[in-house]
Design a protein around this ligand. Structure first.
Ligand SMILES: [Mg+2]
Length: 416
């Protein structure tokens, strides 16, 4: 046991001062013997005699009330009593049992020995008042000094052990608290780190979405003609190839239109390239606003556009082409009149996969052939490929002819 835990403080509570004397004599005798042991050791050089006991420190009072004050003060000063020997009868004040009840209120750790003659109060009655309690022993009067010494020694030892255990439990509890705090702190740090990680992932996802959006925008810009916003020739051809393949696989219809602005060279020469560009934009705008969702339009050459109509029959395509020609003739011309006061018209050639084109380029060439015929036929009109001999399949035809879609009207023709 550590020296700082040794408690040899004893309180004697008895109304008889001769009893005080007996206790002092008994317990100090113990102290004197202890001193004798040390003296012998010094004189005869006996090696390191261990002291089996610290000396008892004994206080004596005559009444229960005074005893309670002593115990309260000692506890407050941090030097509590380990054991109290309490007499049962102490007139005129409290009896032993009442005194003990107050003593334990003042210091619950106090070990108590009640000193009684059996005639004072039977043990059963004592137990009924105090209850079962391991801090109370009975010393029957008349007692001898050995009993007192043994009780004082054993109960001081018990007090020390009890407090040592309590102190260790307290230290353990502090250790657990400290460890719990460390774990809570670590958990908090982990939670914060996890939140930061979640935020970083969210930020990355936002950044990734932005990159994808920008890529798509770049992709769009790379595939678009900057003047008109239509697909450029390369992007159009890629889309055309895909549609061509799908149409073949599904044995579906696909039509191709070549649209060319009439007399464009003259517009450029006469009014300059800026006006020429405006004419191209006006025509592109008319074409694009009239498209269906599945239709695709590309700027194929300077003033030439190529249109693709998937899932469309030749009849539907020629109707669409004619309507488109008429709208360009009014809407695009209206716009250009404000700018330069000139008429904008287009010639359109129409072809369809039913005429046996084996590649997209062949289909475009067929539409181009019809367009050439439209130019030759006076411009501002729609020409479509047609079968030379009705009733025969395209493969059975020696050649294809071109049919005029636009009805002939007597208008003053514009020289090419
Ligand atoms: Mg008495």
């Amino acid at each position: 046991m550590l020296p700082d835990l040794l408690n040899r403080r004893v309180l004697v509570v008895d109304d008889n001062s001769s009893i005080h004397h007996d206790f002092l004599k008994t317990l100090r005798l113990e102290m004197d013997q202890d001193a004798l042991e040390q003296a012998r050791s010094a004189l005869f050089g006996e090696s390191n005699p261990l002291r089996s006991h610290e000396p008892f420190e004994v206080d004596c009072v005559s009444q229960g009330q005074v005893a309670v004050t002593f115990v309260q003060t000692a506890k407050k000063e941090g030097r509590p009593y380990a054991v109290a020997f309490v007499d049962m009868r102490m007139p005129p004040g409290w009896d032993g049992l009442e005194t003990i009840e107050y003593l334990w209120e003042a210091d619950p750790g106090l070990q108590v020995v009640i000193c009684t003659a059996y005639s004072d109060q039977p043990w059963d009655e004592i137990r009924n008042r105090i209850g079962r309690n391991d801090k109370l022993l009975i010393l029957q009067k008349p007692f001898n000094s050995i009993e007192v010494l043994q009780l004082a020694t054993a109960l001081c030892r018990k007090w020390d052990l009890t407090h040592k255990v309590a102190r260790q439990l307290n230290e353990l509890s502090h250790l657990v608290d400290e460890r719990t705090r460390e774990l809570q702190q670590a958990n908090k740090q982990l939670t914060e780190a996890n939140q930061a990680l979640v935020q970083t992932v969210a930020d990355l996802e936002v950044a990734q979405a932005e990159i994808l959006r920008q890529n798509k925008e770049l992709e769009g810009l790379a595939s678009r003609d900057p003047l008109t916003g239509c697909l450029n020739r390369r992007a159009f051809y890629t889309a055309f190839e895909q549609a061509f393949t799908e149409t073949r696989q599904r044995r579906n219809e696909l039509c191709c239109l070549m649209v060319d602005i009439d007399n464009f060279k003259r517009i450029n020469d006469q009014f300059g390239h800026a006006v020429g560009d405006q004419a191209i934009q006006a025509v592109a705008n008319c074409i694009c606003t009239g498209l269906r969702l599945t239709d695709i339009v590309g700027r194929y050459g300077g003033e030439e556009f190529c249109l693709m109509f998937p899932g469309t029959t030749l009849t539907e395509a020629t109707d669409l082409a004619e309507r488109l020609r008429i709208r360009i003739g009014t809407e695009a011309s209206d716009r250009m009149r404000v700018v330069a006061g000139l008429m904008i018209t287009v010639s359109i050639g129409v072809s369809a996969m039913t005429f046996g084109a084996r590649t997209p380029l062949e289909l475009i060439d067929q539409a181009d052939k019809a367009l050439y015929a439209a130019k030759e036929g006076g411009r501002n009109c729609v020409m479509a490929l047609d079968l030379l001999v009705p009733g025969m399949t395209p493969s059975e035809q020696l050649d294809l002819q071109v049919r005029r879609v636009t009805p002939r009207v007597s208008t003053s023709s514009i020289a090419r």
